[in-house]
Ligand binder design. Structure first.
Ligand SMILES: [Zn+2]
Length: 69
């Protein structure tokens, strides 16, 4: 799990909704990285941030579930 800035709602007027910072699981980061220029990930912010919630924004896997893999 790591904190990333992703492409969100481009129709929004708010930068925080256009480029939200969310937690993504390692699988989703790998999957997005594999898309190259089409990746939804704008920047990778480093470590997991519990303040952003305890589950992956894209697939919903939780920190506990990810550890259990
Ligand atoms: Zn995920």
């Amino acid at each position: 799990m790591q904190q990333c800035t992703i492409q969100g709602d481009m129709q929004s007027d708010r930068a925080s909704e256009q480029y939200p910072t969310v937690n993504l699981c390692d699988d989703c980061v790998r999957r997005e990285d594999a898309k190259g220029p089409d990746s939804a990930i704008v920047t990778k912010g480093g470590g997991y941030d519990p303040d952003l919630g305890d589950s992956c924004e894209l697939c919903g896997v939780t920190v506990e579930e990810e550890k259990g893999n």
